[in-house]
Design a protein around this ligand. Structure first.
Ligand code: NAD
Length: 485
């Protein structure tokens, strides 16, 4: 994008685009070449206060409170259609801003549309129950909206994550205030722009751009927020939880992972190779559920890793907009963070089976490209096999017994996702039973967004669940009504 094309985009508060103070802007960059894409406001407490006030008014309005659930559902179906109508533009923006290959961004936009469809169907099926207390008493339980939901969105899958929580939030009758990541706000802003056509009260969806320590912190500590959904790092997750604790507000924390692909020699090799590769190069490894550890049977390791690295070396690397297999990582900050891990591997004499360095891409000298990397024979307790690297970096650790495989797989502070690759169904289920994580995939991985599957962590990967019907619990509160007659 040329400098002359660079525009300043406002925050979206109470149905209005709030013109930013020109002195107080955040530069939004294209990680493919370091160029400037746009400027957005550096929102702070004042903008968050205004957005929450607009959300409260909209939430309390007759128009919203009195709307039949099936009408909310119809509006959400309409939203899915609008997203698909604007797929090309949304995907292009996502690619330019996040760096991911265009085909992955198109998938993300389709998944965003599907979240709206999924929760559209649910809007008029959020049912309660009756409880048999005894003669002369009618007791029933209803699920009511929780109120104002604060959505703190990470930079790696902005449109998917914004859509998954806005859709469920609206289906359950709440009002939303979103704070996108400062690096990647563009698709979220475009999403609310295209959704302006929906017959929703102004203020039901609001977006305030800004830094985490200013706008993010103002949102998570606001006394009028009734639920916070956060996706991001463990450290920020703790801060959000502490802020929410001051107001006794529930949070859903979707934090990182160090997810293993556990591969046995009796796997379907072609299938396992394809998904082990995809799960670490997708979005240049910047995926909370990335398959960042290969935990593999010792006798089978050399054969598998040789084929894996051969496939990796064939991948094309370049700007997402040209739809290469692998785009850049997000920013100088992420690039430096990953480079520190690469240096640590060198210092500790870890075997580099593939990559391990910067990739040079013609005409993109200021882009943040890394070769997909495999570190072989990494001890299970080494930093590389313990910490979330958030780049296209895979560690390989071997096991000899099923028990050892489980112990290695469970041996990190995280517990988000695991893949199990074996044709032995009994073994697959034994292992699934022992794994300490929120999702287990047997002979596949990721399930194309897994819209209907509850998603969230064990241990430091967080708590609460997004996606599926399980997410409804976060966005509703339970009321028991008892009548004596
Ligand atoms: P982060 O946790 O700092 O940012 C996530 C979101 O939280 C952003 O919108 C940010 O502005 C906001 N935020 C930051 N500080 C805040 C605060 N004090 N109060 C409220 N909101 C705040 O993540 P990051 O710095 O962008 O990335 C660091 C690491 O986090 C990554 O390298 C990766 O390991 C991890 N991460 C994980 C996920 C995931 O999907 N689980 C997503 C992004 C980042």
């Amino acid at each position: 994008m040329k400098t002359s094309d660079v525009q300043t985009i406002g925050s979206y508060i109470g149905g209005k685009w709030v013109v930013p103070n020109k002195e107080n802007l955040i530069e939004v960059k294209n990680p493919a070449d370091g160029s400037t894409l746009a400027y957005t406001p550096r929102g702070d407490k004042a903008e968050i206060d205004a957005a929450i006030s607009a959300a409260k008014t909209a939430f309390a309005s007759k128009e919203w409170k009195g709307m039949e659930p099936y009408t909310r559902g119809k509006i959400l179906f309409q939203a899915a259609g609008i997203i698909r109508d604007n797929k090309e533009e949304l995907a292009k923006l996502e690619t330019l801003n996040v760096g991911k290959p265009l085909s992955q961004a198109e998938t993300d936009v389709e998944i965003a549309a599907r979240y709206f469809e999924y929760y559209a169907g649910v809007a008029d099926k959020i049912m309660g129950e009756t409880i048999p207390i005894g003669p002369g008493v009618i007791d029933y339980v209803v699920r009511e909206p929780i109120g104002i939901v604060g959505h703190i969105i990470p930079w790696n899958y902005p449109i998917q994550i914004a859509a998954r929580s806005i859709a469920v939030s609206l289906a359950t009758g709440n009002a939303a205030v979103l704070k996108p990541a400062e690096d990647t706000p563009l698709s979220t802003l475009k999403l609310v722009e295209v959704l302006e056509a929906l017959p929703l009260p102004k203020g039901i969806i609001n977006v305030v751009t800004g830094y985490g320590y200013e706008a993010g912190s103002a949102l998570s500590s606001h006394p009028d927020v009734n639920h916070i959904t956060f996706t991001g790092s463990v450290e920020t997750g703790k801060r959000v939880m502490e802020a929410a604790a001051q107001n006794i507000v529930p949070v859903t924390l979707e934090l990182g992972g160090k997810s293993p692909n556990i591969v046995f020699s009796d796997c379907n090799e072609e299938n396992a190779l394809e998904w082990v590769l995809r799960s670490i190069v997708q979005n240049a490894g910047q995926t909370c559920s990335a398959g960042s550890r290969l935990v593999i049977e010792k006798s089978y390791k050399d054969q598998f890793v040789k084929k894996l690295t051969a496939a990796m070396e064939k991948l094309s690397i370049g700007p997402g907009i040209e739809n290469h297999d692998l785009g850049p990582v997000l920013s100088q900050k992420q690039f430096e963070r990953i480079s520190e891990f690469l240096q640590k591997a060198k210092d500790d004499g870890i075997t580099v089976a593939a990559g391990g360095e910067r990739a040079q891409v013609e005409n993109c000298e200021n882009g943040y490209y890394l070769k997909p990397t495999v570190f072989d024979d990494v001890p299970a307790d080494h930093l590389l096999a313990q910490e979330e690297i958030f780049g296209p970096v895979l560690t390989v650790t071997t096991f000899e017994t099923e028990e050892e495989a489980i112990s290695i797989a469970n041996g990190t502070p995280y517990g988000l996702v695991a893949g199990v690759w074996t044709e032995n169904a009994g073994r697959a289920h034994r292992i699934a039973n022992e794994l300490q994580c929120g999702q287990v995939f047997i002979n596949h991985y990721g399930a194309g967004g897994g819209i209907a599957m509850p998603f969230g962590g064990y241990k430091k990967s967080g708590f609460g669940r997004e996606k599926g019907l399980e997410a409804l619990k976060n966005y509703t509160q339970v009321k028991n009504v008892s009548l004596k007659y």
